[in-house]
Design a protein around this ligand. Sequence first.
Ligand code: ATP
Length: 287
Amino acid sequence: MSVLLEIRGLEVGYGAIPVLQGIDFDVEEGKTTVLLGLNGAGKTTTVGAISGLLKPWGGTISFEGERIDGLEPPALVDRGVTLVPEGRRVFPALSVAQNLRLGSWTKRKRGAELKDAEEKVYDYFPILLERRTQMAGTLSGGQQQMLAVGRGLMSLPKLILIDEASLGLSPALAKTVFNIVDRINADGTTVIIVEQNVGVLKHADNALVMEKGEIVYRGSGEELRSGDELRRTYLGGGDEEAAPAVARPTPAPAQAAAQASAPATSDDEPRSRRRSRARRAGKPGTG
Ligand code: ATP
């Protein structure tokens, strides 16, 4: 196993209040790691620290064997660490294409790779190609989420951190986004995905569960997915297909449009088979 990201004794807080009190974990290169936990567990704080938005109080973060804790977000994007923040945060008054171009700003000299990345983004999310001249603020919530992920990919990340991609999406649309995560990973990008939706587990190689600023479980996505007892213990008994571990807002009707043009999904295929098929075919891990 090759470790891309190594977190040791990470401490982060807000003001005088500590949140993470010395967490440790590794992220394997080329894999998808899911960070699960209920509201307030410390997931966003963790990815905020990795992506440079929050300054660690203590501990170390190493990426490709080098310390990156304390670096500013642009320097981290430059090295290949990109955060897709919770809440989409697209530029509403810019078009889809302009939003994507902004994502590529730090890598603007890598023309051929950017062209390839743009093609991939439009291939992952055909609705974005259809809507490329539309103002981002007029897209549905699901489409904005796709755009936020697409914009992240345009920075040519080696590691992409996606914070609560499924928040506010219908179960079907959340599955679509998770299937695209499979493709992104199959195409060579290491992924950390923050979720409360246990449906993500079939798309995860590794799973970490957080509770009150600590990692209380670490194992394979499959182990956590198939272990009813484990799921009950760590995730409050959420059934996998019941999706969220906590209540979610009802999706907006406009999201139906995005679903209509989204790739079909299959739920029962194990992660490893889905991914190797996605690799072979260059297609989503869908059936
Ligand atoms: P959620 O799914 O609700 O985003 P989370 O697991 O991502 O939950 P965090 O957002 O990391 O959790 O929050 C962890 C703790 O830090 C919570 O107790 C929260 O109240 C606190 N916290 C988060 N942001 C701030 C802030 N800006 N100022 C003060 N406390 C904060």
